[in-house]
Design a protein around this ligand. Structure first.
Ligand SMILES: [Zn+2]
Length: 261
């Protein structure tokens, strides 16, 4: 039967607590890393940028349409001026005057068509420019959201990493002051299961939660306090704290510190 000072045995519970915390913290750290995602933001931004590209191309096309309409309007105005000049010059005969009159009418219709086309293009361009403003603002919001998420993620991960480091230091400090043979036994058990040391609370092993029979209890309580006893069900080292007259729960941190110093 392995023997170890009961106080040393009790410190296995602190070691177990530190190991369980470490396990949990590492799990949370992994989760925090996985939970962080900006893929959906990136996808939305990409769609918006595609839309923005289309709008900008259309604005470019409309600009060219408007320029073209302006140039044609200039040509129409020059031709109309020419017609009017000819009409008032007194050089044109009646046949020519009729032709000039018809051409002026034609130019006037052409001018009205071009003005309509230009107005429609200007209106459409105005709407597209507003849409570009809206999309640009939305892209800015997405960027800000992404930055916020990245910062939040970084601080969450940094927080967990700090906690892991602190708990690891505390764990190492605990392991150092427990006799090596006891730590080795604990490590051997922990290689197989999450809980390697637990309290016997009442009749219950706090590792596997199975209650001991009266016969088992007698055997456990009859064993000397410095005997390292194990749970027959789960194999965990059982700490008989209640039986030893100690508190059902581990003593305050100050008691441990006092002991360690
Ligand atoms: Zn057990």
């Amino acid at each position: 039967m392995t023997r170890a000072d009961f106080f040393d045995q009790r410190r296995l519970l602190d070691l177990q607590r530190a190991d369980s915390s470490l396990h949990q913290l590492r799990y949370r750290l992994r989760q925090a890393a996985e939970r962080y995602e900006t893929d959906s933001l990136d996808r939305t931004a990409e769609e918006l940028r595609d839309g923005l590209g289309t709008f900008e191309a259309q604005i470019g096309d409309l600009g060219r349409d408007i320029d073209l309409a302006d140039r044609e309007l200039g040509g129409v105005a020059r031709r109309a001026d020419g017609c009017r000049d000819e009409m008032i010059s007194g050089q044109a005969d009646s046949h020519e005057m009729t032709r000039l009159q018809k051409e002026l009418e034609h130019l006037s219709r052409r001018e009205a068509d071009l003005e309509d086309r230009k107005r429609e293009a200007l209106e459409r361009r105005g709407k597209l420019e507003k849409a570009v403003d809206v999309v640009t603002a939305k892209l800015g919001e997405l960027d800000a959201e992404k930055e916020k998420r990245e910062a939040g993620h970084e601080s969450a991960v940094a927080g967990y990493e700090r906690e892991v480091a602190e708990t690891q230091t505390e764990r190492d400090r605990l392991a150092e002051v427990i006799p090596t043979a006891l730590v080795d036994l604990y490590e051997q058990i922990r290689a197989k299961q999450a809980v390697a040391a637990a309290e016997l609370r009442g009749r219950r092993c706090m590792a596997c939660r199975i209650e001991k029979t009266t016969a088992d209890m007698k055997e456990l309580l009859d064993a000397p306090l410095d005997a390292v006893v194990r749970c027959e069900e789960c194999g965990a080292i059982l700490l008989r704290i209640e039986a030893a007259g100690g508190p059902a729960k581990p003593g305050p941190e100050s008691e441990l510190d006092e002991f360690l110093n």
